[in-house]
Design a protein around this ligand. Structure first.
Ligand SMILES: *Cc1c(COP(=O)(O)O)cnc(C)c1O
Length: 443
């Protein structure tokens, strides 16, 4: 364990889940909150520390989700709280594009340092992942003078109108909410479990699709998640991104790595593209794990691309807020001083040791895959590769009512997504895995 926590790192149930206070809150919620904000488990949380969440009834739950990969450094780190509080007492807003402040510049300096690539890099800071992706689209279009945007099958890039169009599956993210912007194309990716292709073979398929459906010279930007998150922890085969990056280079296409979910220490490296043989993106989007839960996102990349936009062409009122940037600076520092890249690698080893044999042990598990603290368990109908969403629903229900928060993923809703904080102990991983195994055994 890397630090002391003020909540014991242990699952502890004192009521049924959800407990009576959660049930009462849920009754109020349905009368005041849009149904569109669907929830995975209606257990209302009050506090957190490390890998444990405490609900309003006093139950302690193991968090294997981190609010979709956000609280990578653990819940409520006291130093992040102190940095944010100190900043909140000094200055909460000027709007960087009216009168700037140092925190914003320091975050941009740090992003230039930790993103792959040995060249001059500039950044823009915004509020959310989708906003970062939208800005990357604008920047790439301005730089190239082209319009077409390519994203991969199974991609997730956000819920705004443009990023919805770049997101793969229709349900629930898109259905009924069009029309969508034109010039956005989804192309075949590499999904080793499902296509059985090598990286080179899958890349040729992708490139052929672009050549025959869009035309390489029309494409402004090619967006990839080096490890797909919502798409089901899909890790393209070795060599895939190297070939795609080469294709982009040869054709003047801006290669964008959307690292919003897999970046910032989640996979044992600062950025997950580092697992793909030295591939260097032109632009990188960062969000989720960057500020310990405070809203902050960024586009970082080659200075000449980032500076193609006229002053005033990108930005926004709250982007790079003083408090969020103060939190982010503390997060960067914590990752370094607590050795959290190595902790993510420890979590990976611990997960492999504990759940790596599930495909042999359980008929419904087709594959276990992952990097660092980002794992997917592909659920199938026994003896086939057919997706098994019913199994996922059953596992999520069992896990959440037994004090383990896990996530769903995958275009067929059939991938169990495991994304704990990198400070989760091996004991907690073991306990959570036991609960998940009980659920698997009941199928
Ligand atoms: C979450 C996510 C987004 C969208 O981020 P928001 O902050 O929810 O807008 C975009 N891309 C990826 C890869 C994500 O995981």
């Amino acid at each position: 364990m890397v630090r002391d926590f003020d909540i014991t790192q242990q699952r502890l149930l004192v009521t049924e889940l959800p407990g009576p206070k959660s049930v009462a809150l849920q009754e109020r919620r349905v009368r005041s909150v849009s149904r569109g904000a669907g929830t995975l488990a209606n257990i209302y949380m009050e506090r957190g520390a490390g890998a444990i969440l405490v609900d309003v009834d006093g139950n302690q739950l193991i968090d294997l989700g981190c609010g979709i990969g956000v609280t990578t450094i653990g819940h409520a780190h006291p130093d992040v709280a102190a940095a944010a509080a100190a900043q909140a007492g000094k200055l909460t807003h000027t709007l960087f594009t009216v009168t700037p402040y140092e925190n914003y510049v320091r975050v941009a300096e740090k992003l230039a340092e930790i993103t792959p690539g040995d060249f001059e890099k500039h950044s823009i800071l915004v509020n959310s992942g989708a906003e970062a992706v939208e800005n990357a689209v604008k920047i790439a279009r301005k730089f190239t003078g082209r319009r077409a945007i390519v994203s991969l099958d199974h991609a997730f890039h956000g819920r705004t109108n443009l990023t919805m169009a770049m997101t793969y599956r229709p349900w629930p993210e898109r259905a009924g909410m069009g029309p969508f912007p034109g010039e956005v194309y989804s192309v075949p990716t590499s999904y080793p479990f499902r296509d059985g292709l090598s990286g080179a073979e899958a890349a040729e398929k992708t490139i052929d699709y672009i050549t025959t459906h869009i035309g390489a010279s029309e494409v402004a930007a090619f967006f990839v998640e080096p490890i797909q998150g919502d798409g089901g922890i899909v890790i393209p085969a070795p060599g895939y991104f190297a070939r795609i990056a080469e294709f982009c280079r040869d054709n003047g296409i801006v290669f964008v790595a959307d690292e919003i979910q897999a970046g910032i220490a989640r996979t044992g490296t600062w950025y997950s593209i580092e697992h793909h043989d030295g591939v260097i993106p032109d632009l990188i989007t960062t969000a989720k794990g960057i500020a310990g839960g405070f809203p902050l996102a960024a586009v970082t990349g080659r200075a000449e691309i980032m500076d193609a936009v006229q002053p005033g062409g990108i930005g926004g009122t709250f982007g790079g807020n003083p408090v969020s940037t103060a939190a982010a600076l503390e997060v960067f520092d914590i990752i370094e001083r607590e050795g959290l890249l190595a902790e993510a690698q420890r979590v990976e080893a611990s997960l492999w040791a504990r759940i790596g044999d599930w495909a042999e042990k359980f008929d419904v598990v087709g594959e276990v895959r992952g990097k660092g603290a980002m794992f997917g368990v592909e659920l199938v109908k026994p003896g086939t590769r057919e997706p098994n969403p019913e199994a996922l629903t059953a596992i999520l229900k069992y896990a959440t009512t037994h004090g383990v928060i896990v996530l769903d993923a995958g275009s067929w809703d059939s991938v169990l997504r495991i994304m704990p904080s990198v400070v989760i102990s091996d004991e907690l991983i073991g306990d959570a895995a036991t609960v998940l195994e009980e659920a698997l055994a009941l199928l």
